[in-house]
Every structure is written in structure tokens, then in C-alpha cells.
Write a protein that binds this ligand. Structure first.
Ligand SMILES: N[C@@H](CCC(=O)N[C@@H](CS)C(=O)NCC(=O)O)C(=O)O
Length: 212
């Protein structure tokens, strides 16, 4: 029996967008529920970790609500053939996702800190250390496999995550990090490759405007 999916998140890209990208590339139908901010206090207690995104999977009349964007996107990517072609590729995809997560956390320090001087310092660290460090790692892996994709010979969750990372950073007003062309060239080329994928393009053309 086929499973039915409902993704519940705010009207934003944030931690929900990687899941929407997986659904888009898989060509999988799902309900994209966007909870208005003013309804969140009523909905919060019903969420497993009192946070979103959550994915509700319904099968044979039984529904289960799953949380954690990383767990959800990995589960769906495995299910839809977007998690590499073998165990080594799956390992490398996971490695890249964690490395992206570290880089994103460095940006969050700069965005959400309270001390202005500390925030400035964190932004400098993000631009001058974190992004180049991730790009170096990305180039290393890509060269090892000699592929246009991040890992292996086909599009995977690693590519979608890199795309989402570049997209979200640009949208949040830090797009000037991509001006550092010698450092970011290959990463940005992957962003453009994913952006031009017809399945991704179809989603980008129709995705709703959102707060963040
Ligand atoms: N590790 C979680 C983090 C989820 C998270 O922080 N969700 C935020 C939105 S991005 C949230 O629900 N905030 C509202 C709240 O905590 O009340 C994930 O990746 O799913």
C-alpha cells in the first residue's frame, strides 16, 4: 500500500526546504502544510519535539508524525534513490551533510548572536574561514570522484543540500560570499547545475513566496 505524506512547517524555507526539494526531485506528491505564526502556539504541544518541520506518513489508515529535518530528508532520500549508489557513497553524502551543518551553525552564530561585536567577528569567521573550509572539502571530494555531482555519478541529497545552502545564504543577504570566485567556483557551479535540473526548476518556479 502506498504511503501518503504531509510536511508541516512554517511558511518559510528554513529547515523545511530540503524536504520539499527531495519531494520535488522524486516527483512525489505530498501535502505542503504551512502553519501561520499565530497558530503555532496551539499546534506546538502536538509536535513530537515541539518544533517543526514534521512529516506525517500515513499508511494503511495509520499515521505517524516524524520530526528532525535531517532524519526526514535522509529517510526520504534513501527511499527515492537520492542517497548514492552504494554504502561508501552514502557515507560520503552523510559526511557532506554534517560538514554543511557545521558551516551553517557558524553562520547562525553571526545571525542570531546578541553582542554586536561578537556577531561581526562571527561573520568574519564565517566568510573567511568556514566557507573556504567547506569549499576546500567539497573540491577535494568532487576531484576524488571526477564527477560533476557532489558525490558519485548522479544527483543526491548532497547536491540538493549544497543548492539549498547557497540559496538560503543568498536569500538571507549574505550573497557576497559567492563573489570570492577562486574559492567558491566549483561549489557555485554545482548550485547552477542543480538549479537548472528540470525537476528543481519546476519547483522553484511554483514555490510560494515566504517570510524567510
Ligand atoms: N533540529 C531540528 C530543529 C527544528 C527547529 O529549530 N525548528 C524551528 C523552526 S526552524 C521551530 O520549530 N521553532 C519554533 C519553536 O521552537 O517554537 C530540525 O532540524 O528539524
Amino acid at each position: 500500500m502506498a504511503e501518503q505524506y504531509k510536511l508541516t512547517y512554517f511558511n518559510g524555507r528554513g529547515a523545511g526546504e530540503i524536504i520539499r526539494l527531495v519531494f520535488a526531485v522524486a516527483g512525489q506528491q505530498y501535502e505542503d502544510e504551512r502553519v501561520p505564526r499565530d497558530q503555532w502556539p496551539q499546534r506546538k504541544p502536538d509536535m513530537p519535539m515541539q518544533q517543526m518541520p514534521v512529516l506525517t506518513i500515513t499508511k494503511g489508515g495509520k499515521s505517524t508524525v516524524f520530526c528532525q529535518s535531517g532524519a526526514i530528508s535522509k529517510h526520504l532520500a534513501r527511499k527515492f534513490g537520492l542517497f548514492g549508489s552504494n554504502e561508501t557513497e552514502a557515507f560520503l553524502i552523510d559526511e557532506m551533510l554534517e560538514s554543511l551543518g557545521d558551516t551553517m551553525r557558524d553562520l547562525q552564530k553571526a545571525m542570531f548572536g546578541t553582542d554586536e561585536n561578537q556577531k561581526k567577528e562571527s561573520m568574519k569567521n564565517f566568510k573567511e574561514t568556514s566557507v573556504p573550509r567547506f569549499c576546500r572539502f567539497f573540491n577535494l571530494r568532487q576531484k576524488e570522484f571526477g564527477s560533476k555531482y557532489a558525490i558519485g555519478e548522479k544527483l543526491s541529497l548532497a547536491d540538493l543540500s549544497v543548492f539549498n545552502f547557497v540559496d538560503q545564504i543568498t536569500r538571507r543577504g549574505f550573497g557576497d560570499v559567492w563573489d570570492n570566485k577562486p574559492v567558491v567556483k566549483e561549489l557555485y557551479e554545482l548550485f547552477e547545475l542543480v538549479q537548472s535540473d528540470s525537476r528543481v526548476k519546476t519547483w522553484l518556479d511554483k514555490r510560494p513566496d515566504s517570510e524567510f
